[in-house]
Design a protein around this ligand. Sequence first.
Ligand SMILES: Cc1cc2nc3c(=O)[nH]c(=O)nc-3n(C[C@H](O)[C@H](O)[C@H](O)COP(=O)(O)O)c2cc1C
Length: 282
Amino acid sequence: MHRSSVLDAYVAGSGAEKGETDDVGAAAARPVAGATPPQSPSAAGNEGLEDAQADKDELWNASAGPTQVQSIPSHAPVEPAAEAPPGPNRTGDPTPPPARRPRVLLAVTGSVAAIKTAQLATYLLAFAEVKVAVTRGARAFLEGLELPGSCLPLLDDEGEWRAWHGVGDPVLHIELRRWADVLIIAPLSANTLAKLAAGLCDNLVTCVARAWDFRKPVLLAPAMNTLMWDSPFTARHMHACAGLGMHSIGPIAKRLACGDDGTGAMAEPADIADRGRALLGA
Ligand SMILES: Cc1cc2nc3c(=O)[nH]c(=O)nc-3n(C[C@H](O)[C@H](O)[C@H](O)COP(=O)(O)O)c2cc1C
């Protein structure tokens, strides 16, 4: 991995509400399965992008985690990327650079709603490139599930170290922050919510969030037991995250996987994807 070319490439290309459930049926289905302001995705140039893509693929693959998920083709229709607005490229040439698709970093944490990752990723793939970062707590829910192949490999804590061998090597959470146009944390567990609110960063997902450039959007989709959701801690933590400029799509009410009835289930994947798309202006 050549850090300089990765970084050059990024320069060239860079760019509480309440509301579901992880219903019993869904749970039962599990076995089946810098200084420069960020550019809008469509305004990014493509100089060196092929080399950059190769370098990035090398990084993502080097970071691949052990979670066993199956690859399925994306059934989502792939829409053409929006046309880039005219503007100067890096060389000052007024020719508009070719557009690229928006980039979504989907972070999955340890809630039962993680079993909906394939569904959410498929909706996101309809308009964006998608990478999936997982916490240790999310892994158990993802084991054995099928995910769209273009989202793989899953990126996890150990991947940080698989990709880094010494000074000069790229740092996964920083590269992901640079790569992504939006960070969507869905489902967001009570634990990770608390960490975000407090600025803790002890795993890949929270390190990306802690290193986030808040000129780019973050969308939170909490999912937890009703009493966890109703806890005063949750209101405090959601308030802190909103104060940082993070957006949220609240959980919905239904019978939860744990058997309780009430608010706490993750918002519907289609609604989360729509919200992410709107935040990207895509
Ligand atoms: C079967 C099971 C289901 C769980 N579901 C949830 C949940 O829906 N929401 C939540 O916040 N925590 C849930 N937890 C607890 C989290 O997995 C736990 O707090 C974990 O430490 C979260 O780690 P993470 O935030 O790093 O992903 C569940 C735990 C288990 C064992």
